[in-house]
Design a protein around this ligand. Structure first.
Ligand code: AMP
Length: 182
């Protein structure tokens, strides 16, 4: 099973990803988590990514694509994987298409978690991560609209997008996702 989870920052991607990972016994690949680990460990990749992350901009596609290319070859991805926060731009989506074809893999679904903007800001401000201040949040929401939403068009034309109402209780939202995947 290969899934993509798309949604604005604060939309609940991480929470739902953890549940889907358990359910389908697939690897949870969060590019945001991977980047934060690199920043914390002081790697060259982390040093390069940090400034972009602090301002809420996207880290350059080439860095992210290289990171994912290596990650999907790990042993825990044998049974499939869930991409959380990737692809976030059209070039990333196109690179993923090529990677999947090259590895003879097939994308099963794109889960699009839809949450009102007021709710997103509320959730982000209560989370308190380093990049969860008001200025960065505004920038990340803008980046989502201009760079990530076009990714849905890319997959929409392939009829694989499952639009999920992302407001309400965590378990309710999760049930909606499972229904959409049936
Ligand atoms: P996230 O934890 O998914 O909200 O990601 C946090 C930050 O990491 C984003 O604001 C970006 O700066 C960076 N990031 C995460 N995933 C990607 C990606 N696929 N492409 C570019 N930048 C990313």
């Amino acid at each position: 099973m290969i899934l993509i989870l798309v949604g604005a920052p604060g939309g609940g991607k991480g929470t739902q990803a953890a549940k889907l990972k358990e359910q389908f016994k697939i690897a949870h690949i969060s590019t945001g988590d991977m980047l934060r680990e690199n920043v914390k460990a002081g790697t060259a990749l982390g040093a390069e990514a940090n400034g972009f992350m602090q301002s809420g901009a996207l880290v350059p596609d080439a860095l992210i694509i290289k990171m994912i290319e290596a990650r999907i070859k790990d042993a825990d991805c044998k049974n499939g994987f869930l991409l959380d926060g990737f692809p976030r731009s059209l070039p990333q989506a196109e690179a993923l298409d090529k990677m999947l074809t090259a590895n003879k893999l097939k994308l099963d679904a794109v889960i699009n978690l839809q949450v009102d903007e007021d709710e997103l800001v509320k959730r982000l401000l209560s989370r308190g991560r380093a990049d969860d201040n008001e200025k960065t949040i505004r920038n990340r929401l803008q980046v989502f609209k201009t760079q990530t939403e076009p990714v849905l068009g890319h997959y929409g034309s392939q009829k694989r997008v499952k639009n999920i109402h992302g407001m309400g209780a965590i378990d309710e939202i999760y049930t909606r996702i499972l229904e959409a995947l049936k």
